[in-house]
Write a protein that binds this ligand. Structure first.
Ligand code: ZN
Length: 623
Protein backbone atom coordinates (compact mmCIF):
# COMPACT_ATOMS: atom_id res chain seq x y z
CA UNK A 1 0.00 0.00 0.00
CA UNK A 2 1.48 3.31 -1.13
CA UNK A 3 0.81 6.89 -0.11
CA UNK A 4 -1.09 8.77 -2.82
CA UNK A 5 -0.28 12.15 -1.30
CA UNK A 6 0.65 14.69 -3.96
CA UNK A 7 2.21 17.98 -2.81
CA UNK A 8 0.99 19.82 -5.91
CA UNK A 9 -2.61 18.81 -5.37
CA UNK A 10 -2.39 19.44 -1.65
CA UNK A 11 -0.96 22.92 -2.21
CA UNK A 12 -4.11 23.86 -4.07
CA UNK A 13 -6.18 23.34 -0.91
CA UNK A 14 -7.10 26.71 0.53
CA UNK A 15 -8.14 25.72 4.02
CA UNK A 16 -7.71 23.07 6.69
CA UNK A 17 -11.12 21.71 5.71
CA UNK A 18 -10.05 21.51 2.03
CA UNK A 19 -7.05 19.44 3.09
CA UNK A 20 -9.40 17.25 5.12
CA UNK A 21 -11.49 16.69 1.98
CA UNK A 22 -8.37 15.97 -0.08
CA UNK A 23 -6.86 13.30 2.16
CA UNK A 24 -10.28 11.77 2.93
CA UNK A 25 -10.72 11.15 -0.78
CA UNK A 26 -7.30 9.54 -0.95
CA UNK A 27 -8.42 7.07 1.71
CA UNK A 28 -11.75 6.54 0.00
CA UNK A 29 -10.11 5.77 -3.33
CA UNK A 30 -8.84 2.45 -1.96
CA UNK A 31 -11.69 -0.01 -1.35
CA UNK A 32 -9.47 -2.11 0.94
CA UNK A 33 -9.48 0.89 3.31
CA UNK A 34 -12.91 2.43 3.05
CA UNK A 35 -15.56 0.53 1.16
CA UNK A 36 -18.99 2.06 0.42
CA UNK A 37 -19.14 4.75 3.06
CA UNK A 38 -16.98 2.81 5.51
CA UNK A 39 -14.48 4.79 7.56
CA UNK A 40 -14.69 8.40 8.67
CA UNK A 41 -12.40 11.38 9.17
CA UNK A 42 -12.38 14.70 11.00
CA UNK A 43 -10.50 17.93 11.61
CA UNK A 44 -10.71 20.27 14.58
CA UNK A 45 -10.79 23.96 13.64
CA UNK A 46 -11.00 27.01 15.90
CA UNK A 47 -13.11 29.69 14.27
CA UNK A 48 -15.10 32.76 15.30
CA UNK A 49 -18.80 32.28 16.07
CA UNK A 50 -21.52 34.78 15.15
CA UNK A 51 -20.46 37.04 18.02
CA UNK A 52 -16.80 37.00 17.08
CA UNK A 53 -15.78 34.68 19.90
CA UNK A 54 -13.37 31.88 19.08
CA UNK A 55 -14.94 28.42 19.27
CA UNK A 56 -13.44 25.00 18.61
CA UNK A 57 -15.45 23.02 16.07
CA UNK A 58 -15.14 19.38 15.04
CA UNK A 59 -15.73 18.93 11.31
CA UNK A 60 -16.58 15.23 11.08
CA UNK A 61 -17.88 13.14 8.20
CA UNK A 62 -21.65 13.40 7.94
CA UNK A 63 -23.77 10.29 7.53
CA UNK A 64 -24.70 9.43 3.97
CA UNK A 65 -21.35 10.59 2.55
CA UNK A 66 -18.68 8.33 1.12
CA UNK A 67 -15.00 9.17 1.68
CA UNK A 68 -14.26 8.53 -2.00
CA UNK A 69 -16.49 11.37 -3.16
CA UNK A 70 -16.84 13.57 -0.10
CA UNK A 71 -16.93 17.37 -0.39
CA UNK A 72 -16.63 20.03 2.28
CA UNK A 73 -20.44 20.03 2.56
CA UNK A 74 -20.11 16.39 3.70
CA UNK A 75 -18.37 17.42 6.93
CA UNK A 76 -20.67 18.39 9.76
CA UNK A 77 -19.49 21.13 12.14
CA UNK A 78 -20.22 20.20 15.77
CA UNK A 79 -19.24 22.10 18.93
CA UNK A 80 -16.21 20.42 20.52
CA UNK A 81 -16.97 21.59 24.07
CA UNK A 82 -20.32 19.84 24.00
CA UNK A 83 -18.93 16.63 22.52
CA UNK A 84 -16.28 16.42 25.24
CA UNK A 85 -18.95 16.93 27.87
CA UNK A 86 -21.08 14.16 26.39
CA UNK A 87 -18.09 11.80 26.57
CA UNK A 88 -18.19 12.16 30.35
CA UNK A 89 -21.74 10.81 30.70
CA UNK A 90 -22.28 7.31 32.10
CA UNK A 91 -24.97 6.46 29.58
CA UNK A 92 -26.39 7.92 26.39
CA UNK A 93 -29.01 6.13 24.28
CA UNK A 94 -28.56 5.90 20.52
CA UNK A 95 -31.46 8.22 19.85
CA UNK A 96 -30.35 10.79 22.41
CA UNK A 97 -26.83 10.72 21.02
CA UNK A 98 -28.12 11.49 17.53
CA UNK A 99 -30.31 14.22 19.00
CA UNK A 100 -27.34 15.77 20.79
CA UNK A 101 -25.19 15.66 17.66
CA UNK A 102 -27.95 17.24 15.62
CA UNK A 103 -28.74 20.01 18.11
CA UNK A 104 -25.11 20.99 18.62
CA UNK A 105 -24.01 21.36 15.06
CA UNK A 106 -23.41 24.94 13.94
CA UNK A 107 -24.88 24.59 10.48
CA UNK A 108 -28.50 23.48 10.41
CA UNK A 109 -28.35 22.25 6.82
CA UNK A 110 -25.35 19.93 7.42
CA UNK A 111 -26.00 16.18 7.50
CA UNK A 112 -26.18 14.35 10.83
CA UNK A 113 -22.66 13.80 12.13
CA UNK A 114 -21.15 10.30 12.06
CA UNK A 115 -22.11 8.08 15.01
CA UNK A 116 -18.36 8.06 15.72
CA UNK A 117 -18.25 11.88 16.20
CA UNK A 118 -17.71 11.73 19.97
CA UNK A 119 -14.86 9.29 19.44
CA UNK A 120 -13.20 11.72 17.04
CA UNK A 121 -13.67 14.53 19.55
CA UNK A 122 -11.94 12.73 22.44
CA UNK A 123 -8.78 12.03 20.44
CA UNK A 124 -6.60 15.11 21.16
CA UNK A 125 -5.26 15.68 17.64
CA UNK A 126 -6.13 18.08 14.87
CA UNK A 127 -6.61 15.52 12.11
CA UNK A 128 -8.10 12.08 12.79
CA UNK A 129 -8.40 9.35 10.14
CA UNK A 130 -10.38 6.14 10.65
CA UNK A 131 -10.72 3.15 8.32
CA UNK A 132 -11.88 -0.44 8.47
CA UNK A 133 -8.77 -1.57 6.61
CA UNK A 134 -9.11 -5.17 5.41
CA UNK A 135 -5.63 -6.13 6.63
CA UNK A 136 -6.28 -4.84 10.18
CA UNK A 137 -9.69 -6.49 10.28
CA UNK A 138 -8.11 -9.75 9.08
CA UNK A 139 -5.54 -9.84 11.87
CA UNK A 140 -7.92 -8.73 14.62
CA UNK A 141 -10.49 -11.38 13.69
CA UNK A 142 -8.22 -14.27 14.66
CA UNK A 143 -8.09 -16.07 17.96
CA UNK A 144 -4.81 -14.49 19.06
CA UNK A 145 -5.44 -11.28 17.12
CA UNK A 146 -4.63 -8.92 19.96
CA UNK A 147 -1.25 -10.58 20.62
CA UNK A 148 -0.44 -10.42 16.91
CA UNK A 149 -1.28 -6.70 16.77
CA UNK A 150 0.85 -6.00 19.83
CA UNK A 151 3.76 -8.00 18.39
CA UNK A 152 3.51 -6.23 15.07
CA UNK A 153 3.18 -2.65 16.29
CA UNK A 154 4.74 -2.73 19.73
CA UNK A 155 3.57 0.23 21.82
CA UNK A 156 3.09 2.49 18.79
CA UNK A 157 -0.64 1.77 18.88
CA UNK A 158 -3.22 1.87 21.65
CA UNK A 159 -5.36 -1.28 21.49
CA UNK A 160 -9.05 -1.06 22.41
CA UNK A 161 -11.12 -4.26 22.84
CA UNK A 162 -14.29 -4.67 20.82
CA UNK A 163 -17.19 -2.45 21.83
CA UNK A 164 -20.12 -1.64 19.57
CA UNK A 165 -19.62 1.67 17.70
CA UNK A 166 -21.46 4.63 19.17
CA UNK A 167 -21.46 6.12 22.63
CA UNK A 168 -20.12 3.12 24.57
CA UNK A 169 -17.05 2.92 22.37
CA UNK A 170 -16.39 6.68 22.57
CA UNK A 171 -16.65 6.52 26.34
CA UNK A 172 -14.21 3.63 26.62
CA UNK A 173 -11.72 5.44 24.39
CA UNK A 174 -12.15 8.66 26.41
CA UNK A 175 -11.21 6.69 29.51
CA UNK A 176 -8.42 4.51 28.17
CA UNK A 177 -6.70 6.55 25.52
CA UNK A 178 -5.25 9.30 27.79
CA UNK A 179 -3.90 6.58 30.13
CA UNK A 180 -2.22 4.54 27.40
CA UNK A 181 -1.12 7.09 24.81
CA UNK A 182 2.35 8.64 24.89
CA UNK A 183 4.74 10.66 22.70
CA UNK A 184 5.33 7.79 20.31
CA UNK A 185 1.68 6.82 19.81
CA UNK A 186 0.84 6.77 16.09
CA UNK A 187 -2.63 5.32 16.15
CA UNK A 188 -5.27 3.18 17.81
CA UNK A 189 -6.58 -0.25 16.87
CA UNK A 190 -10.18 -1.12 17.62
CA UNK A 191 -10.35 -4.90 17.79
CA UNK A 192 -12.66 -6.51 15.17
CA UNK A 193 -13.34 -3.07 13.76
CA UNK A 194 -10.51 -0.95 12.35
CA UNK A 195 -7.74 1.56 12.77
CA UNK A 196 -7.44 5.22 13.83
CA UNK A 197 -4.47 7.43 13.02
CA UNK A 198 -3.98 11.10 13.80
CA UNK A 199 -1.60 14.01 13.46
CA UNK A 200 -1.16 17.75 13.55
CA UNK A 201 -1.58 17.99 9.83
CA UNK A 202 -3.51 16.13 7.16
CA UNK A 203 -0.48 14.51 5.53
CA UNK A 204 0.94 13.05 8.74
CA UNK A 205 -2.38 11.54 9.76
CA UNK A 206 -3.03 10.11 6.28
CA UNK A 207 0.46 8.72 5.77
CA UNK A 208 0.45 7.06 9.19
CA UNK A 209 -2.68 5.22 8.12
CA UNK A 210 -1.04 4.06 4.89
CA UNK A 211 2.18 3.03 6.65
CA UNK A 212 0.46 1.10 9.44
CA UNK A 213 -1.87 -0.73 7.05
CA UNK A 214 1.06 -1.47 4.77
CA UNK A 215 2.83 -3.08 7.72
CA UNK A 216 -0.25 -5.22 8.36
CA UNK A 217 -0.34 -6.33 4.71
CA UNK A 218 3.37 -7.16 4.75
CA UNK A 219 2.86 -9.12 7.94
CA UNK A 220 0.12 -11.19 6.26
CA UNK A 221 2.47 -11.85 3.33
CA UNK A 222 5.27 -13.06 5.59
CA UNK A 223 2.76 -15.34 7.32
CA UNK A 224 1.67 -16.81 3.96
CA UNK A 225 -1.77 -15.41 4.58
CA UNK A 226 -2.09 -13.02 1.65
CA UNK A 227 -2.10 -14.83 -1.69
CA UNK A 228 -5.41 -16.52 -2.49
CA UNK A 229 -5.43 -19.19 -5.18
CA UNK A 230 -8.98 -19.86 -6.33
CA UNK A 231 -9.98 -23.33 -7.44
CA UNK A 232 -13.56 -24.04 -8.32
CA UNK A 233 -15.58 -26.65 -10.14
CA UNK A 234 -18.09 -25.39 -12.65
CA UNK A 235 -21.69 -25.88 -11.62
CA UNK A 236 -24.96 -25.74 -13.52
CA UNK A 237 -27.01 -22.60 -13.23
CA UNK A 238 -30.24 -23.51 -11.46
CA UNK A 239 -32.67 -20.68 -12.23
CA UNK A 240 -35.60 -22.30 -10.49
CA UNK A 241 -33.78 -22.72 -7.17
CA UNK A 242 -32.65 -19.12 -7.30
CA UNK A 243 -36.18 -17.87 -7.98
CA UNK A 244 -37.57 -20.06 -5.19
CA UNK A 245 -34.93 -18.76 -2.78
CA UNK A 246 -35.74 -15.16 -3.72
CA UNK A 247 -39.41 -15.82 -3.08
CA UNK A 248 -38.66 -17.31 0.36
CA UNK A 249 -36.42 -14.43 1.39
CA UNK A 250 -39.00 -11.91 0.14
CA UNK A 251 -41.71 -13.65 2.16
CA UNK A 252 -39.58 -13.48 5.31
CA UNK A 253 -38.61 -9.85 4.68
CA UNK A 254 -42.19 -8.82 3.98
CA UNK A 255 -41.33 -7.11 0.69
CA UNK A 256 -39.85 -8.18 -2.66
CA UNK A 257 -36.07 -8.30 -2.74
CA UNK A 258 -33.45 -8.37 -5.47
CA UNK A 259 -31.25 -11.48 -5.30
CA UNK A 260 -28.01 -11.25 -7.28
CA UNK A 261 -25.88 -14.28 -8.16
CA UNK A 262 -22.10 -14.00 -8.09
CA UNK A 263 -20.16 -16.82 -9.71
CA UNK A 264 -16.61 -15.72 -10.48
CA UNK A 265 -13.90 -18.29 -9.82
CA UNK A 266 -12.89 -16.49 -6.62
CA UNK A 267 -16.49 -16.46 -5.38
CA UNK A 268 -17.18 -20.08 -6.32
CA UNK A 269 -13.88 -21.12 -4.77
CA UNK A 270 -14.94 -19.68 -1.40
CA UNK A 271 -18.39 -21.26 -1.67
CA UNK A 272 -16.88 -24.67 -2.44
CA UNK A 273 -14.49 -24.72 0.50
CA UNK A 274 -15.02 -27.91 2.49
CA UNK A 275 -15.18 -25.82 5.68
CA UNK A 276 -17.79 -23.41 4.25
CA UNK A 277 -20.46 -24.47 6.73
CA UNK A 278 -18.19 -23.54 9.59
CA UNK A 279 -16.26 -20.46 8.47
CA UNK A 280 -19.31 -18.74 7.02
CA UNK A 281 -21.13 -18.91 10.37
CA UNK A 282 -18.97 -16.47 12.20
CA UNK A 283 -20.49 -13.24 11.03
CA UNK A 284 -19.21 -10.20 9.18
CA UNK A 285 -15.63 -8.98 9.15
CA UNK A 286 -16.31 -5.70 10.86
CA UNK A 287 -19.34 -4.58 12.82
CA UNK A 288 -19.14 -1.23 11.11
CA UNK A 289 -20.25 -2.62 7.77
CA UNK A 290 -23.76 -1.35 7.96
CA UNK A 291 -25.42 -4.03 5.90
CA UNK A 292 -26.14 -7.43 7.34
CA UNK A 293 -23.66 -9.95 6.04
CA UNK A 294 -24.50 -12.62 8.58
CA UNK A 295 -25.29 -15.58 6.42
CA UNK A 296 -25.72 -19.27 6.47
CA UNK A 297 -24.62 -21.80 3.88
CA UNK A 298 -27.42 -23.31 1.90
CA UNK A 299 -26.02 -26.76 1.64
CA UNK A 300 -27.73 -29.11 -0.78
CA UNK A 301 -30.14 -26.49 -2.13
CA UNK A 302 -32.55 -26.96 0.74
CA UNK A 303 -33.99 -23.54 0.19
CA UNK A 304 -36.60 -23.49 2.91
CA UNK A 305 -34.26 -25.04 5.48
CA UNK A 306 -31.85 -22.25 4.79
CA UNK A 307 -34.40 -19.52 5.32
CA UNK A 308 -35.79 -21.22 8.43
CA UNK A 309 -32.29 -21.49 9.89
CA UNK A 310 -31.79 -17.79 9.39
CA UNK A 311 -35.11 -17.08 11.03
CA UNK A 312 -33.99 -19.08 14.06
CA UNK A 313 -30.85 -16.96 14.26
CA UNK A 314 -33.03 -13.87 14.10
CA UNK A 315 -35.46 -15.07 16.75
CA UNK A 316 -32.67 -16.09 19.10
CA UNK A 317 -31.41 -12.53 19.39
CA UNK A 318 -34.20 -10.18 18.31
CA UNK A 319 -35.98 -10.32 21.67
CA UNK A 320 -33.10 -8.68 23.50
CA UNK A 321 -31.95 -6.36 20.72
CA UNK A 322 -31.35 -2.66 21.31
CA UNK A 323 -33.75 -1.95 18.46
CA UNK A 324 -37.45 -2.88 18.92
CA UNK A 325 -38.28 -6.13 17.13
CA UNK A 326 -41.12 -4.60 15.13
CA UNK A 327 -38.63 -2.33 13.38
CA UNK A 328 -36.55 -5.23 12.10
CA UNK A 329 -36.88 -7.34 9.01
CA UNK A 330 -35.56 -10.83 9.62
CA UNK A 331 -34.22 -11.44 6.11
CA UNK A 332 -30.58 -12.37 5.51
CA UNK A 333 -28.43 -10.35 3.13
CA UNK A 334 -25.95 -12.96 1.87
CA UNK A 335 -26.37 -16.61 0.90
CA UNK A 336 -23.47 -18.89 0.05
CA UNK A 337 -23.86 -22.26 -1.60
CA UNK A 338 -21.41 -24.60 -3.35
CA UNK A 339 -23.69 -24.91 -6.37
CA UNK A 340 -25.44 -21.54 -6.57
CA UNK A 341 -22.41 -19.48 -5.56
CA UNK A 342 -22.60 -16.28 -3.54
CA UNK A 343 -25.93 -14.47 -3.62
CA UNK A 344 -26.51 -10.96 -2.33
CA UNK A 345 -29.86 -9.60 -1.20
CA UNK A 346 -31.05 -5.99 -1.41
CA UNK A 347 -34.18 -3.87 -1.39
CA UNK A 348 -33.00 -2.78 -4.82
CA UNK A 349 -30.15 -3.68 -7.12
CA UNK A 350 -27.88 -0.95 -5.79
CA UNK A 351 -28.18 -2.30 -2.28
CA UNK A 352 -27.51 -5.85 -3.55
CA UNK A 353 -24.40 -4.52 -5.34
CA UNK A 354 -23.12 -2.98 -2.12
CA UNK A 355 -23.75 -6.16 -0.15
CA UNK A 356 -21.83 -8.14 -2.78
CA UNK A 357 -18.88 -5.73 -2.70
CA UNK A 358 -18.73 -5.95 1.07
CA UNK A 359 -18.99 -9.72 1.08
CA UNK A 360 -16.25 -10.07 -1.56
CA UNK A 361 -13.94 -8.30 0.87
CA UNK A 362 -15.29 -10.43 3.70
CA UNK A 363 -14.47 -13.63 1.78
CA UNK A 364 -10.87 -12.48 1.36
CA UNK A 365 -10.62 -11.47 4.99
CA UNK A 366 -12.04 -14.80 6.19
CA UNK A 367 -9.70 -16.83 3.99
CA UNK A 368 -6.62 -14.85 4.94
CA UNK A 369 -7.50 -15.05 8.61
CA UNK A 370 -7.95 -18.81 8.20
CA UNK A 371 -4.45 -19.02 6.72
CA UNK A 372 -3.16 -16.92 9.59
CA UNK A 373 -4.36 -19.33 12.23
CA UNK A 374 -8.13 -19.27 12.31
CA UNK A 375 -10.91 -16.82 11.50
CA UNK A 376 -12.76 -15.81 14.60
CA UNK A 377 -15.43 -13.14 14.50
CA UNK A 378 -17.46 -11.69 17.33
CA UNK A 379 -20.05 -13.65 19.28
CA UNK A 380 -23.33 -13.93 17.38
CA UNK A 381 -25.04 -11.64 19.85
CA UNK A 382 -22.66 -8.75 19.18
CA UNK A 383 -23.00 -9.29 15.47
CA UNK A 384 -26.76 -9.24 15.70
CA UNK A 385 -26.68 -5.98 17.64
CA UNK A 386 -24.76 -4.18 14.96
CA UNK A 387 -26.43 -5.80 11.97
CA UNK A 388 -29.80 -4.77 13.30
CA UNK A 389 -28.71 -1.44 14.72
CA UNK A 390 -31.50 1.06 14.94
CA UNK A 391 -29.39 3.94 13.62
CA UNK A 392 -28.39 1.98 10.55
CA UNK A 393 -31.87 0.54 10.10
CA UNK A 394 -33.26 4.04 9.93
CA UNK A 395 -30.71 4.92 7.27
CA UNK A 396 -31.67 1.92 5.16
CA UNK A 397 -35.37 2.58 5.57
CA UNK A 398 -34.87 6.13 4.39
CA UNK A 399 -32.82 4.95 1.44
CA UNK A 400 -35.59 2.80 0.08
CA UNK A 401 -39.07 3.62 1.25
CA UNK A 402 -40.47 5.31 -1.82
CA UNK A 403 -40.74 3.52 -5.13
CA UNK A 404 -43.84 1.35 -5.75
CA UNK A 405 -41.97 -1.36 -7.71
CA UNK A 406 -38.92 -1.46 -5.43
CA UNK A 407 -37.37 -4.93 -5.34
CA UNK A 408 -39.41 -6.17 -8.32
CA UNK A 409 -38.09 -7.39 -11.65
CA UNK A 410 -39.59 -6.62 -15.05
CA UNK A 411 -38.70 -7.84 -18.53
CA UNK A 412 -39.69 -5.79 -21.57
CA UNK A 413 -39.33 -6.95 -25.18
CA UNK A 414 -38.74 -4.48 -27.99
CA UNK A 415 -37.23 -2.23 -25.35
CA UNK A 416 -34.97 0.00 -27.43
CA UNK A 417 -37.67 2.23 -28.93
CA UNK A 418 -41.29 3.33 -28.82
CA UNK A 419 -43.69 1.84 -26.32
CA UNK A 420 -41.10 -0.66 -25.02
CA UNK A 421 -38.59 2.06 -24.29
CA UNK A 422 -41.24 4.17 -22.57
CA UNK A 423 -42.20 1.14 -20.44
CA UNK A 424 -38.57 0.60 -19.41
CA UNK A 425 -38.19 4.24 -18.37
CA UNK A 426 -41.43 4.22 -16.44
CA UNK A 427 -40.60 0.97 -14.63
CA UNK A 428 -37.10 2.17 -13.73
CA UNK A 429 -38.54 5.47 -12.46
CA UNK A 430 -40.85 3.51 -10.21
CA UNK A 431 -38.06 1.46 -8.68
CA UNK A 432 -38.18 -1.82 -10.62
CA UNK A 433 -35.11 -3.65 -11.87
CA UNK A 434 -35.63 -3.97 -15.62
CA UNK A 435 -34.33 -6.29 -18.31
CA UNK A 436 -34.76 -4.90 -21.80
CA UNK A 437 -34.57 -7.16 -24.87
CA UNK A 438 -34.11 -5.78 -28.36
CA UNK A 439 -32.62 -6.64 -31.73
CA UNK A 440 -30.85 -3.28 -31.63
CA UNK A 441 -27.52 -3.75 -29.85
CA UNK A 442 -27.75 -0.17 -28.51
CA UNK A 443 -30.06 -1.69 -25.87
CA UNK A 444 -27.00 -2.80 -23.88
CA UNK A 445 -26.06 0.83 -23.11
CA UNK A 446 -29.48 2.43 -23.06
CA UNK A 447 -29.62 3.14 -19.32
CA UNK A 448 -26.67 3.77 -17.09
CA UNK A 449 -28.16 2.12 -14.03
CA UNK A 450 -27.36 -1.02 -12.06
CA UNK A 451 -31.12 -1.64 -12.13
CA UNK A 452 -31.09 -2.10 -15.91
CA UNK A 453 -29.83 -5.03 -17.95
CA UNK A 454 -30.02 -4.59 -21.72
CA UNK A 455 -29.70 -7.77 -23.81
CA UNK A 456 -29.41 -7.90 -27.58
CA UNK A 457 -31.86 -10.61 -28.48
CA UNK A 458 -33.93 -11.83 -31.40
CA UNK A 459 -37.18 -12.95 -29.75
CA UNK A 460 -37.71 -15.57 -32.47
CA UNK A 461 -34.50 -17.32 -31.42
CA UNK A 462 -35.64 -19.80 -28.78
CA UNK A 463 -32.14 -20.33 -27.35
CA UNK A 464 -31.71 -16.57 -26.99
CA UNK A 465 -34.95 -16.38 -24.99
CA UNK A 466 -33.85 -19.15 -22.63
CA UNK A 467 -30.51 -17.41 -22.16
CA UNK A 468 -32.12 -14.00 -21.56
CA UNK A 469 -34.35 -15.42 -18.83
CA UNK A 470 -31.36 -17.10 -17.21
CA UNK A 471 -29.44 -13.82 -17.25
CA UNK A 472 -32.48 -12.12 -15.69
CA UNK A 473 -32.48 -14.61 -12.82
CA UNK A 474 -28.72 -14.41 -12.27
CA UNK A 475 -28.76 -10.63 -12.22
CA UNK A 476 -31.93 -9.95 -10.22
CA UNK A 477 -33.16 -13.26 -8.78
CA UNK A 478 -36.42 -13.84 -10.62
CA UNK A 479 -39.13 -12.30 -12.77
CA UNK A 480 -42.28 -10.49 -11.60
CA UNK A 481 -43.49 -8.57 -14.62
CA UNK A 482 -43.39 -9.38 -18.28
CA UNK A 483 -44.20 -6.79 -20.94
CA UNK A 484 -44.75 -8.45 -24.33
CA UNK A 485 -44.20 -5.53 -26.62
CA UNK A 486 -41.90 -6.54 -29.49
CA UNK A 487 -43.76 -6.63 -32.78
CA UNK A 488 -43.42 -5.91 -36.46
CA UNK A 489 -45.72 -4.22 -38.95
CA UNK A 490 -44.80 -4.86 -42.56
CA UNK A 491 -45.87 -2.21 -45.05
CA UNK A 492 -49.49 -2.32 -46.21
CA UNK A 493 -50.15 -5.28 -48.47
CA UNK A 494 -53.52 -6.59 -49.73
CA UNK A 495 -54.40 -10.22 -49.02
CA UNK A 496 -54.34 -11.09 -52.73
CA UNK A 497 -50.63 -10.24 -52.77
CA UNK A 498 -49.61 -11.33 -49.27
CA UNK A 499 -46.80 -13.91 -49.43
CA UNK A 500 -46.70 -16.86 -47.07
CA UNK A 501 -43.20 -15.82 -46.16
CA UNK A 502 -44.29 -12.39 -44.91
CA UNK A 503 -47.22 -13.98 -43.13
CA UNK A 504 -44.98 -16.48 -41.33
CA UNK A 505 -42.44 -13.81 -40.42
CA UNK A 506 -45.11 -11.63 -38.81
CA UNK A 507 -46.57 -14.62 -36.96
CA UNK A 508 -43.14 -15.62 -35.69
CA UNK A 509 -42.41 -12.27 -34.09
CA UNK A 510 -45.88 -11.11 -33.03
CA UNK A 511 -47.27 -14.47 -31.95
CA UNK A 512 -44.89 -17.46 -31.71
CA UNK A 513 -42.16 -15.58 -29.81
CA UNK A 514 -44.72 -14.47 -27.23
CA UNK A 515 -45.92 -18.03 -26.70
CA UNK A 516 -42.36 -19.06 -25.93
CA UNK A 517 -41.81 -16.11 -23.61
CA UNK A 518 -44.99 -16.91 -21.71
CA UNK A 519 -44.18 -20.61 -21.50
CA UNK A 520 -40.59 -20.13 -20.33
CA UNK A 521 -41.53 -17.37 -17.85
CA UNK A 522 -44.38 -19.25 -16.19
CA UNK A 523 -42.33 -21.01 -13.50
CA UNK A 524 -40.62 -17.72 -12.62
CA UNK A 525 -43.81 -15.63 -12.58
CA UNK A 526 -45.37 -18.18 -10.20
CA UNK A 527 -42.61 -17.31 -7.67
CA UNK A 528 -43.17 -13.54 -7.89
CA UNK A 529 -43.44 -12.31 -4.27
CA UNK A 530 -46.42 -10.03 -4.97
CA UNK A 531 -47.92 -12.07 -7.83
CA UNK A 532 -46.79 -12.27 -11.43
CA UNK A 533 -48.02 -9.73 -13.96
CA UNK A 534 -48.03 -9.83 -17.73
CA UNK A 535 -48.89 -6.92 -19.98
CA UNK A 536 -49.55 -7.78 -23.60
CA UNK A 537 -49.30 -4.92 -26.06
CA UNK A 538 -52.14 -5.69 -28.47
CA UNK A 539 -53.55 -3.35 -31.07
CA UNK A 540 -56.67 -1.43 -31.96
CA UNK A 541 -56.56 -3.53 -35.14
CA UNK A 542 -57.98 -6.49 -33.19
CA UNK A 543 -61.31 -4.73 -32.87
CA UNK A 544 -61.07 -2.56 -35.97
CA UNK A 545 -58.66 -3.84 -38.58
CA UNK A 546 -57.70 -1.78 -41.60
CA UNK A 547 -57.18 -2.83 -45.19
CA UNK A 548 -53.67 -3.94 -46.09
CA UNK A 549 -52.78 -5.08 -42.57
CA UNK A 550 -53.96 -8.71 -42.66
CA UNK A 551 -50.84 -10.37 -41.26
CA UNK A 552 -50.39 -7.81 -38.50
CA UNK A 553 -54.08 -7.76 -37.51
CA UNK A 554 -54.36 -11.55 -37.56
CA UNK A 555 -51.21 -11.97 -35.45
CA UNK A 556 -52.41 -9.46 -32.86
CA UNK A 557 -55.87 -11.05 -32.74
CA UNK A 558 -54.29 -14.46 -32.17
CA UNK A 559 -52.04 -12.97 -29.50
CA UNK A 560 -55.11 -11.53 -27.83
CA UNK A 561 -56.73 -14.97 -27.64
CA UNK A 562 -53.48 -16.45 -26.37
CA UNK A 563 -53.43 -13.85 -23.59
CA UNK A 564 -57.05 -14.52 -22.66
CA UNK A 565 -56.59 -18.27 -22.44
CA UNK A 566 -53.37 -17.80 -20.45
CA UNK A 567 -55.21 -15.52 -18.03
CA UNK A 568 -57.80 -18.27 -17.46
CA UNK A 569 -55.10 -20.88 -16.85
CA UNK A 570 -52.79 -18.83 -14.63
CA UNK A 571 -55.30 -17.00 -12.44
CA UNK A 572 -54.98 -19.79 -9.90
CA UNK A 573 -51.28 -18.97 -9.59
CA UNK A 574 -52.05 -15.35 -8.83
CA UNK A 575 -50.69 -14.20 -12.18
CA UNK A 576 -52.57 -11.27 -13.71
CA UNK A 577 -52.63 -10.75 -17.45
CA UNK A 578 -53.79 -7.58 -19.10
CA UNK A 579 -53.85 -6.52 -22.71
CA UNK A 580 -53.48 -2.95 -23.84
CA UNK A 581 -54.66 -1.96 -27.30
CA UNK A 582 -52.92 1.21 -28.44
CA UNK A 583 -54.11 3.12 -31.42
CA UNK A 584 -52.33 5.83 -33.33
CA UNK A 585 -49.11 5.84 -31.32
CA UNK A 586 -46.67 6.94 -33.96
CA UNK A 587 -43.37 7.54 -32.15
CA UNK A 588 -42.41 3.87 -32.47
CA UNK A 589 -39.99 2.12 -34.78
CA UNK A 590 -42.87 0.39 -36.61
CA UNK A 591 -43.96 3.76 -37.92
CA UNK A 592 -41.23 4.77 -40.31
CA UNK A 593 -41.84 7.93 -42.33
CA UNK A 594 -42.78 5.86 -45.39
CA UNK A 595 -45.32 3.74 -43.52
CA UNK A 596 -46.77 6.88 -41.94
CA UNK A 597 -47.05 8.68 -45.28
CA UNK A 598 -48.60 5.63 -46.93
CA UNK A 599 -51.20 5.12 -44.19
CA UNK A 600 -52.08 8.85 -44.13
CA UNK A 601 -52.50 8.81 -47.92
CA UNK A 602 -54.63 5.67 -47.62
CA UNK A 603 -57.12 7.66 -45.48
CA UNK A 604 -56.76 10.79 -47.62
CA UNK A 605 -55.29 12.77 -44.71
CA UNK A 606 -52.16 14.81 -44.20
CA UNK A 607 -49.59 13.12 -41.93
CA UNK A 608 -50.31 15.68 -39.20
CA UNK A 609 -54.08 15.22 -39.40
CA UNK A 610 -53.60 11.43 -39.47
CA UNK A 611 -51.48 11.59 -36.29
CA UNK A 612 -54.17 13.59 -34.47
CA UNK A 613 -57.22 11.69 -35.64
CA UNK A 614 -58.86 11.49 -32.23
CA UNK A 615 -61.56 13.53 -30.55
CA UNK A 616 -59.07 15.67 -28.64
CA UNK A 617 -56.95 16.27 -31.76
CA UNK A 618 -53.88 15.40 -29.72
CA UNK A 619 -50.80 13.46 -30.74
CA UNK A 620 -50.47 10.36 -28.55
CA UNK A 621 -46.92 9.34 -27.62
CA UNK A 622 -45.50 6.07 -26.33
CA UNK A 623 -45.03 7.63 -22.94
ZN1 ZN B 1 -15.59 2.50 12.35
Amino acid sequence: MKSLWNDNEASRCESELDLRVYSSRLLGSDPSLALHGGGNTSVKITEPDLFGEAEEILYVKGSGWDLATIESAGFTPVRMAHLLKLAQLDFLSDNEMVNQLKTHQTLASAPTASVEAILHAVLPYKYVDHTHADAIVTITNTEDGEARIRNLYGDRLVVIPYVMPGFDLARMVAERFPREAHEGTLGMVLMNHGLFTFGDNAQVSYERMIRLVDEAESYLRTQNAWELVPTAEETEIDSQSIATLRRSISDVAGFPVILQSHRTEAEMSFCQRPDLAEISQRGPATPDHVIRTKQLPMLGNEVMDYVLAYQQYFEAYAGNARTPVEMLDPAPRVVVDPVLGMLSVGKNSREADIVADIYRHTMEIIQRAESLGGWQALPARDIFEVEYWELEQAKLRKAGATAPFQGEVALVTGAASGIGRACVESLLNRGAAVVGLDLDSAIAYQHDSTAFLGITCDVTDSQAIVSALQQTVLRFGGLDMLVLNAGIFPGGCPVAELTSETWRQVMQVNLDANLQLLRESYALLKQAPTGGRVVVIGSKNIAAPGQGAAAYSASKAALNQLARVTALEWAGDGIRINSLHPDAVFDTSIWTEEVLAARAAHYGLSVDAYKKRNLLKTEITSR
